[in-house]
Write a protein that binds this ligand. Structure first.
Ligand code: PLP
Length: 491
């Protein structure tokens, strides 16, 4: 399909003020050039590279020029430790305005009683949430029992006892190879050092989340916290069921919607699939499907909001006020009807991508998708994830390798390729375009052979049949040209 390059993604964020944004960027680059020209050059090159690549990384997106421009301001220079109206520094009235607006947009957009917009990233949002839950459920009852108000009032011995108790709690989260995230209690991450962790997985036959198994693990392990949410699971989750399980064992339900916040904001996930009313605490990034600046956010029910509000000084230092300002702009965009249409297209496009693979006999984990992620099982092509990822990159298709459940190739080489639709949907790609993307990926993978290695077949090396990379490059360049990134933006 060749779409009209002018109108195909006229709904792309920022298209209507591209000319003004172009002037702003030209001026900014000129200023940067006068100090460190190599950074100006790298900045230009990054835009050119992003424009020229078929980006299927499920966690990436393209923020609007309004969001990007908001970050380049003097709010970056202001310290504002504390919270709205209660700062440890003078002169924070404008930061208060920014943080209040961002939080208000977040509450309205997600229907949350409370929103905290200071976390610098998804991992920070999770740390704030973990410690807010620990403060509410472990620290506060100890202080109350001792008749004290503040941790500083505890004796050295009682403080040591409390510290041990805080460090001795249990967390149940989704396993990494089923699509869970490193921050959900895995040892290389601080969450795994803080908590005794156990994980739940997916049904080995269907690849779907097995709620009975989650309930069984919860009854046996009795965690303080159950974490739901994922970064590589191609299906929806029933958060009402997760909450029932949490309630049965007295656990706090924390949902990390870092990946799919855009689908919640865009009302694609509603009812039992909307985590916000069901979770005690919901965390997210703001830069993935939500299409905002790089950052994090925590939404909370009233019983946890006071503790979350103390994220600074608990976990965070001074907030990135320039990024909070950009969060406010992105959240304002996400409250527009156009964002709901975008989110629906993200899901429809994932469906089209999955159908494109299935009709070409490629295997998908769970046999399809009903969110923004498609997890391609590349063992059907006789390849490892590592080989598939590299061969696709040779042909100009940017993806990332990912484990599949019970992965025979382990966490490094893997057997899967994770694909996501949020970024290309922002460029204006539609269902026909994603069918073509599936065709191109199948073209590359069926023309890739694992290389021989001493003692068998290499898990990393491969050869791509002559002409494949060129053929696919040409075809994807056509798709990219028909759906330009930042249409009308010229540097
Ligand atoms: C991306 C992601 C994070 C981490 O976000 P950062 O901003 O990179 O720190 C946390 N949890 C989940 C589920 C994610 O997908």
């Amino acid at each position: 399909m060749t779409a009209d390059p002018v109108t195909s993604n006229a709904a792309a964020p920022g298209a209507e003020y591209a000319e003004t944004a172009s002037a702003a960027y030209r001026a900014a680059l000129q200023v940067i050039e006068s100090v460190e020209p190599r950074i100006a050059a790298a900045t230009r090159k990054e835009l050119a590279d992003q424009r020229d690549s078929l980006k299927l990384i499920a966690s990436e997106n393209y923020a609007s020029p309004a969001v990007l421009l908001t970050m380049g301001s003097w709010f970056s220079d202001k310290y504002a430790e504390g919270t709205i109206g209660h700062r440890f520094y003078a002169g924070c009235q404008n930061v208060d305005t920014v943080e209040s607006l961002a939080a208000e947009h977040a509450r309205e957009l997600f229907g949350a009683p409370y929103a905290y917009v200071q976390p610098h990233s998804g991992i920070d949002a999770n740390l704030v949430a973990f410690w807010a839950i620990l403060a509410t459920r472990v620290e506060a009852p100890e202080l109350a029992a001792a008749g004290l108000k503040h941790v500083n009032d505890l004796s050295e011995a009682d403080w040591e006892k409390l510290r041990n108790k805080l460090g001795n709690q249990r967390l149940l989260g989704m396993s990494l190879d089923a699509g869970g995230h490193l921050t959900h209690g895995f040892r290389p991450n601080i969450s795994g050092k803080m908590f005794h962790q156990r994980s739940y997985g997916t049904d080995p036959n269907t690849g779907f989340l097995d709620y009975d198994a989650v309930a069984e693990a919860a009854r046996e392990f009795k965690p303080l916290i159950i974490v739901a949410g994922y970064s590589a699971y191609p299906r929806r989750v029933n958060f009402a069921t997760m909450r029932e399980i949490a309630d049965e064992v007295g656990a706090t339900l924390m949902v990390d919607m870092a990946h799919f916040a855009g689908l919640v904001a865009g009302k694609v996930f509603t009812g039992d699939e909307d985590p916000v009313p069901h979770a005690h605490v919901t965390t997210t990034t703001t830069h993935k499907s939500l299409r905002g600046p790089r950052g994090g956010m925590v939404l909370a029910q009233p019983e946890y909001s006071d503790a979350v509000d103390k994220g600074c000084p608990m976990v965070l230092g001074g907030p990135l006020s320039h990024v909070m300002a950009a969060k406010a702009v992105a959240l304002a965009e996400a409250r527009q009807p156009a964002f709901q249409a975008y989110a629906q297209r993200v899901a429809d496009n994932a469906q089209a991508l999955a159908d494109g693979f299935l009709k070409r006999d490629a295997a998908l984990v769970t046999g399809g998708t009903d969110n923004h992620i498609v997890l391609l099982d590349v063992t059907s092509f006789g390849l490892t994830g590592r080989q598939a990822e590299s061969a696709l990159l040779d042909a100009g298709i940017v993806t990332n390798r990912n484990s599949v459940p019970a992965d025979p190739n382990g966490a490094w080489y893997t057997s899967g390729i994770r694909l996501g639709t949020p970024a290309l949907t922002t460029r204006g790609f539609g269902a026909d375009d994603f069918d073509r993307v599936a065709e191109l990926i199948v073209d590359v993978l069926s023309n890739t052979q694992p290389s021989a290695a001493a003692g068998g077949v290499s898990k990393a090396k491969y050869t791509l049949a002559d002409g494949t990379a060129e053929r696919v490059h040409t075809a994807s360049a056509e798709l990219l040209e028909a759906n330009p990134l930042y249409p009308g933006l010229t540097l």
